[in-house]
Design a protein around this ligand. Structure first.
Ligand SMILES: [Fe+2]
Length: 463
């Protein structure tokens, strides 16, 4: 059964440009559920019979769900990046990806340092723009209703690379990560990008509610390999693991950028950037890697961060084996990191014994309730077949749904909405689940018109 689930990555998702009502397989859509969910994720994992070398190279596929008056309507389209259009026209892999070299060996990859913008990781709406996000390059502006792609979006030129001729040649545009954070107090969007060059740079972006972007540069010793960050009242905080990046191997085409990254068994660094422009603080962290943060808040003299920590860098190169192989290095656990800004120290404790990923939350600060996909405590392979609710105090609630891979549980009104891959006998189905946020019981299962590879992140828009 797990092998069937692994095959969820095999077939490309099918577009559904015109909204259609979703068939209810079980339960009812609550009448009080209202709003729009946009999700992004890698919708196709190969081209011309050749599999991409890494799941994060899959082409961005936007899905839109509208809940209204006890009904759900669905539409979906690929993000029409220029690389996607190139490969659609060619019918085979044309571009190098972050985890994919072009077929043809060194001759086809050496000295080629422009990588496909997969536009596949998340989506955000801010300052009148809806953006499909990918951490290695520019966002793509899309239409939040039709899902049509407007094109690459650089905030009026502010994401054009200003750093040196050689760096511009390699990377003419600055990256804009897939995990921005909107400050509820100021309405500003904060985000970051990481740039490798003669100097490694962490670029911290602030976008005003009317869409003006300013940038702060923080230089780092290592390549700041960072996927997500936390924004608190006064700080933007980044956890940089100790990594080695073999630029020569990537440049020569001997390996992909992802394969050129090695996590060292050495302390990481919490980079604490004051939002008001004050001095940057650096605090050593225990070794390991955090893909996603779940929550953070300030205390007297410090910060508390809840994140999902891996013992090493999770190598996701073999999706077929993912669901079936014991690979404890691919399991993250909810970990609390308490930073003492006066002493410059960090303390780490594990908050929950279940392996967990794709966190979301309701509420803020120490009273927030956390959600995520999760597995049983004794699971040793990264088959996260359940959802979890972690209250601020007391025991978590975990429900294992069996032969299913639920996705990121998005809070919407009084409900959670997720998209799951479900294995049924010898076939697969994608389903939208409406889930009770206290018990994690499924209120309704809706059938997505075709099988869609597991999406990554989404956002909830006002109806
Ligand atoms: Fe992410």
């Amino acid at each position: 059964m797990q092998a069937i689930l692994a095959s969820a990555y095999a077939e490309p998702a099918v577009e559904q440009p015109e909204p259609v009502p979703l068939e209810v397989l079980e339960g009812t859509v609550p009448a009080d559920l209202s709003g729009v969910v946009l999700r992004n994720g890698p919708g196709r994992h190969g081209r011309g019979g050749v599999r991409y070398g890494h799941p994060f190279d899959g082409d961005g596929f936007l899905q839109r769900l509208v809940f209204d008056d006890g009904e759900a309507r669905y539409s979906a389209r690929y993000v029409q990046t220029r690389e996607f259009r190139d490969e659609e026209a060619a019918g085979h892999i044309v571009h190098r990806g972050f985890g994919t070299n072009r077929p043809g060996g060194l001759r086809r990859n050496a000295l080629s340092m422009r990588f496909k913008n997969a536009a596949n990781t998340s989506v955000v709406q801010h300052a009148g723009h809806t953006l499909a996000l990918w951490e290695g390059g520019l966002p793509h502006a899309v239409d939040a209703v039709s899902l049509a792609t407007h094109g690459r979006f650089d905030y009026g030129g502010r994401l054009q690379n200003p750093f040196g001729r050689l760096e511009r040649l390699v990377n003419p545009e600055l990256p804009f990560s897939a995990h921005p954070s909107i400050c509820p107090r100021t309405g500003e969007l904060w985000n970051f990008g990481t740039a490798y060059g003669r100097r490694n740079r962490l670029l911290v972006y602030r976008v005003t509610p009317d869409g003006a972007l300013t940038r702060r540069v923080v230089e780092t010793d290592d390549l700041p390999f960072i996927h997500d960050f936390v924004l608190t009242e006064r700080y933007a905080v980044f956890a940089a693991p100790a990594v080695t990046f073999d630029i020569a191997r990537t440049l020569l085409g001997l390996s992909t950028p992802v394969d050129s990254l090695r996590l060292r068994d050495a302390p990481g660094t919490a980079i604490v950037v004051p939002r008001d422009g004050g001095e940057v603080r650096r605090i050593p962290l225990e070794p390991g890697f955090v893909f996603h943060w779940a929550n953070a808040w300030e205390t007297a003299g410090g910060l508390v961060l809840d994140g999902l920590k891996y013992p090493g860098f999770p190598d996701l190169d073999d999706m077929d084996a993912l669901c079936a192989t014991e690979r404890p290095e691919l399991l993250a656990h909810l970990t609390r990191i308490t930073l003492d800004l006066d002493a410059g120290t960090a303390r780490e404790t594990r908050r929950c014994a279940h392996p967990m990923e794709l966190p979301t939350r309701t509420g803020t600060g120490e009273d927030a309730v956390l959600y995520g996909v999760a597995g049983p405590i004794d699971r040793r392979h990264p088959f996260l077949s359940g959802l979890i609710r972690v209250p601020p105090r007391g025991e978590p609630t975990f429900v294992d749904y069996g032969h299913a891979l639920p996705g990121e549980p998005l809070p919407i009104g009084d409900w959670l909405v997720t998209q799951a891959i479900v294995a049924d006998d010898d076939s697969l189905r994608s389903e939208v689940w409406i889930v009770h946020p206290e018990t994690l019981a499924i209120q309704a299962r809706l059938k997505v018109p075709s099988v869609v590879p597991p999406p990554l992140h989404g956002t909830v828009l006002d109806g």
